[in-house]
Design a protein around this ligand. Structure first.
Ligand code: SF4
Ligand code: SF4
Length: 157
């Protein structure tokens, strides 16, 4: 019941983007390539647990405009089936990104500081164990959709 309420109040946040891992930038040219991604509208780049991702804001063509239901629920991709809404985008809200770039100007500044000011970064101590929040984010990266639609379908009977 609570799950139905939760998804019923949400405009389908998990079906409105695609996030994909990208190579970790190493030199100034790599960072400039990412700046190019960020020149485009509806593209952001974030870092989580030392891994870099590009986030493309783009609604799934199968999310209905009315009621925000999956129109291909019975044959939705596996990635959508694996999504858990226990700690999804709607519940968790903002994530604790290590870095989050929302436009090219931010990256331009970052490049200036990192390369032109000779900033020396602290060596990393090794990966931390994934937090619950991070685990949920990885799931959402790899598979938006799913549970909300399951609940709604169940509700429809
Ligand atoms: S599972 Fe998706 S639709 Fe349901 S509440 Fe979470 S983000 Fe919204
Ligand atoms: S569950 Fe998957 S296929 Fe269905 S609307 Fe969401 S992202 Fe699209």
């Amino acid at each position: 019941m609570a799950k139905e309420t939760q998804c019923g109040e949400c405009p389908g946040l998990c079906c409105r983007y695609v996030a994909l891992p990208i190579e970790t930038p190493e030199d100034k040219e790599d960072y400039d390539d990412i700046r190019w991604y960020l020149c485009h509208e509806d593209i952001t780049v974030f870092v989580e647990e030392d891994d870099w991702y590009i986030n493309i804001k783009n609604k799934c063509r199968h999310l209905s405009d009315e009621g925000y239901r999956c129109e291909i629920y019975d044959k939705r991709p596996k990635i959508c089936r694996g999504y858990r809404h226990k700690d999804c985008d709607f519940v968790e809200g903002e994530y604790d990104y290590e870095l989050h770039f929302t436009d090219d100007k931010q990256m331009e500044e970052y490049i200036k500081i990192k390369f032109d000011n000779n900033v020396i970064e602290k060596p990393k101590k090794g990966k931390l164990q994934k937090s619950k929040k991070n685990q949920s984010r990885v799931r959402s990266i790899s598979g938006p959709g799913g549970s909300r639609n399951k609940d709604k379908t169940a509700a429809k009977g």
